[in-house]
Design a protein around this ligand. Structure first.
Ligand SMILES: Cc1ncc(COP(=O)(O)O)c(C=O)c1O
Length: 393
C-alpha cells in the first residue's frame, strides 16, 4: 500500500509549523486523536466525569480490542495503564525470583528496566545476566543459546533500544524462550506503532508499550499484554478494588483477565485517544508504516554519513526509524538547542538511558533524530541543511 503523505501531513496540523524528528520521544498526534481526547474532556466538563465515562462505555471497551489487534492478542489479555514503565513494572514485579535465579537481558536494556532488575536482585539474590551483543550490536543468539539453562527464570529484552534504530531479533529469542519454557517479557515501547507486532509470532508472554511514541497516542497512556496461559500464575504487585473483588472480610478474588494489572482511576479521555491512535495505525497498516519509516530513516542515515565529521551511531543489521549520530566539535545538547531554535526537533540519548551500551562502546551523548511516516524527503533536506549551516561568530 502506498501512503498519501500529503494527506497524512494535512491530518497532522503541527507539520505546518515544526520539523518533528522526535517521534521516539513523543510523536505528533493525528487530528482524530486530539479531537477524541478533547471531546471527552469537554463531555466530562459538561455532564461530569463518571457520567461521561458511562456514556463512553462501549467505546472504552472497544479500546481493548483495538490495542489487542495491534499486537495479535485477545482483548482480555490487555491492561490499559499510564505508560510503558508502569506496564513493564506490573509484569516484572509479579514474577518471583530466588537466590541464584537468573534474569537474561540485553546490553542495550533500558535504564528503568535495569534499575528494577537491580532492586529485585538485591532483594532476592537473583542474578542479572546481560546477553553479549553480536558484531552488529543486537542480542547474540548463539550467546543466548549458551546461557539458557535451568537457572534462567526470565528473558526480558527491549525490542528497539532507546538510543538507536537497532531491532533486536524478538522472534528468534521468543522461539528459544518457548522451547526452554522460560517467560519472555518484551519491552515494545519503541516498536509499537512503527513495526508489525504479533505476540504469537514473537512468542512473548508479556509485552509493554506506550501510547505517545510511534503509536501517536496521547501522553500518559500505555498498555500491557499478558498471555492468557500465564495470567493465573501472576499476582500483580499492587491490587485495588478494580484488580480484585473483596469477597469476604478475610478474602479477595483477582479479576480473571489482564485488567488485574490496572487500577480503578484512569485517564479516560487518554484511553479513548489511545484507541483512536491504534485504529489509525491499523487503517494505514503496520507493514506499510514499517516500510515508509524504515526508508526515510535509511535516507537520513545516508545523508548524514556524507557529512564530514558526522558519525551515524545506531547499530543493528535490522534497523527502524530511530537514527542516532554525533558531530565532531559540537556536542549533542548544543545541536539539539541550535536546531530547536529553528523549530527542528530532536532529542539527546545519554548514558543514563542505556548505561551498559554507552560503556561498551565508549560513546558520548548522541543526537537522536527519529522519523515517522508523516515526515517527508524535503524535511530530511532541510534537516541536513540546518545541521551543516555555517554558524555566526
Ligand atoms: C526502551 C524503552 N522502554 C521503556 C520506556 C519508558 O516508557 P514510558 O516513558 O512510557 O514509561 C522508554 C522511554 O523512552 C524506552 O525507550
Amino acid at each position: 500500500m502506498t501512503m498519501d503523505i500529503a494527506a497524512l501531513r494535512r491530518d497532522t496540523p503541527a507539520c505546518a509549523s515544526v520539523l518533528h524528528f522526535n517521534n521516539a520521544g513523543s510523536s505528533l498526534p493525528p487530528a482524530v486523536v486530539v479531537d477524541t481526547v478533547l471531546e471527552h474532556l469537554r463531555r466530562e466538563a459538561t455532564v461530569g466525569g463518571y457520567e461521561a465515562e458511562e456514556e463512553a462505555g462501549e467505546r472504552l471497551e472497544a479500546v481493548y480490542g483495538s490495542v489487542a489487534r495491534l499486537i495479535g492478542a485477545a482483548p482480555d489479555e490487555i491492561a490499559l495503564v499510564e505508560n510503558a514503565t508502569r506496564a513493564w513494572d506490573m509484569a516484572f514485579y509479579s514474577l518471583r525470583f530466588g537466590p541464584g535465579d537468573r534474569i537474561l537481558t540485553a546490553r542495550t536494556e533500558y535504564a528503568s528496566n535495569y534499575i528494577a532488575f537491580l532492586q529485585v536482585a538485591r532483594r532476592t539474590g537473583a542474578e542479572i545476566v546481560p546477553i553479549p551483543s553480536d558484531e552488529r550490536g543486537a542480542v547474540s543468539l548463539p550467546a543466548l543459546d549458551r546461557l539458557l539453562d535451568e537457572r534462567v527464570k526470565l528473558i526480558a529484552i527491549t525490542h528497539v533500544p532507546t538510543n538507536g534504530g537497532l531491532v533486536n531479533p524478538a522472534e528468534e529469542i521468543g522461539r528459544r524462550a518457548r522451547s526452554a519454557g522460560v517467560p519472555f517479557l518484551l519491552d515494545a515501547c519503541q516498536s509499537v506503532g512503527q513495526l508489525p507486532l504479533d505476540v504469537e509470532a514473537i512468542g512473548c508472554d508479556l509485552l509493554s508499550a506506550t501510547g505517545r511514541k510511534y503509536l501517536r497516542g496521547p501522553r500518559g497512556t500505555g498498555f500491557l499484554y499478558v498471555r492468557r496461559a500465564l495470567l493465573d500464575r501472576l499476582e500483580p504487585p499492587f491490587l485495588d478494588l478494580h484488580a480484585a473483588r473483596w469477597t469476604a472480610p478475610d478474602r479477595y478474588e483477582l479479576r480473571p483477565d489482564a485488567r488485574r494489572f490496572e487500577n480503578w482511576e484512569s485517564y479516560v479521555a487518554g484511553r479513548l485517544g489511545l484507541g483512536a491512535a491504534a485504529e489509525y495505525a491499523l487503517r494505514l497498516g503496520l507493514p506499510a508504516i514499517r516500510d515508509r519509516v524504515g526508508a526515510l530513516a535509511e535516507r537520513l542515515r545516508a545523508r548524514l554519513s556524507e557529512i564530514p565529521g558526522v558519525t551515524v551511531r545506531d547499530l543493528g543489521e535490522r534497523r527502524c526509524g530511530i537514527v542516532t549520530f554525533t558531530r565532531a566539535g559540537e556536542d549533542a545538547a548544543a545541536i539539539k538547542a541550535r536546531l530547536g531554535a529553528q523549530a527542528i526537533h530532536v532529542s539527546v540519548s545519554t548514558a543514563a538511558g542505556t548505561l551498559l551500551d554507552f560503556e561498551d562502546r565508549g560513546i558520548p551523548d548522541l543526537v537522536r533524530a527519529s522519523v515517522h511516516y508523516y515526515n517527508d524527503e524535503p524535511e530530511i533536506d532541510r534537516f541536513v541543511a540546518a545541521l551543516t549551516a555555517p554558524q555566526g561568530p
